[in-house]
Design a protein around this ligand. Sequence first.
Ligand SMILES: [Mn+2]
Length: 353
Amino acid sequence: MIIPEYGRTLTPEEWQPVIDELLAARHILLTTHENSDGDGLGSEVALAIILKALGKEVSIINPTEVPPNYLFLKDFYDIRVFSDRSEEDIQEFFLADLLVVLDANLHDRIGKLWPHAEFAREMGRLRFLCIDHHLEPEDFADVMVCETYASSTGELVCDLVTALEMQSARQLCTSEAASALYAAIMTDTGSFRFPKTTPYTYRLAGELVEKGADPEMVYDRIYNSLTPESLRLLGLSLTNIRILDNGLISWLFISQEMLDQTGSKLFDTDLIIRYLLSVPTVRVAVLLVEMKDGRTKISFRSRGKIYVNRLANHYGGGGHMNAAGCLVTMSAEKAQQVILEDVRKFTYEHLDV
Ligand SMILES: [Mn+2]
């Protein structure tokens, strides 16, 4: 694992182990975490376009569907959803030389792909490469670049592409790859405002625009994409947000019934968490969503030095200091009790340190 100090960028030389893996492979699979987001999807689409231009056979195969507001990325490169009932999908792990995991640093983040990938590594020739920017990586890949300084995986992929361009002495970043990378960086920086948005990140965004990225289209497709169903869920959610402990904690539970009643889907809950942090006194925001399979999806957000990734870690999840999540196998009712108690304790312990 390469671990440079905070606040710098990997040099083309430091990308060499990654480049060696990519160039040695003939057939490459790209994937990202379950419930994919703009960073994972944008990064894999851009990398696929570039590897294809380098003559590789490249498939993007994800554990879950592309959310509707990212479907435009499928116009740039085909994105498949893995089915463990498809012989062809399972076979592909044995035909491939390399699996690239983007925007995830724990093996179970790639969900149902993992057992098949692992089997192919044991029995076949598949190797693993991981490029990510989350905290506390698990050492599951043959080559791992996990850089928490980076605003996004997209930022890391930009640097990788530059290194690949230098090495191959070719322009590889097409306007579509540039738009995909722009989407990755824009979404993971909350439209260029989160703390890890450095001057370098803004420069990269500028370079991507020079290379043909279309910021207006990307923004419009991603953020002006509400369905009537998701609007109804938003309305219902806003009335259910609870502000607790003198405004320190905001809390929202979205039940399966609320999803059914509004006709909305799990990914429609993604846009809601930011409202939980829109009250300035709130230090920790918690969103719980009851899933169809009985598990509960929990998202944490925080302000300042309350590192909610530690809370998420405690339940087997992970993420960033101020944005993290986990999936718990607890009924919604039980989860609400247990989590609220833990969140309170954690918040008071870490307040104003
Ligand atoms: Mn990311």
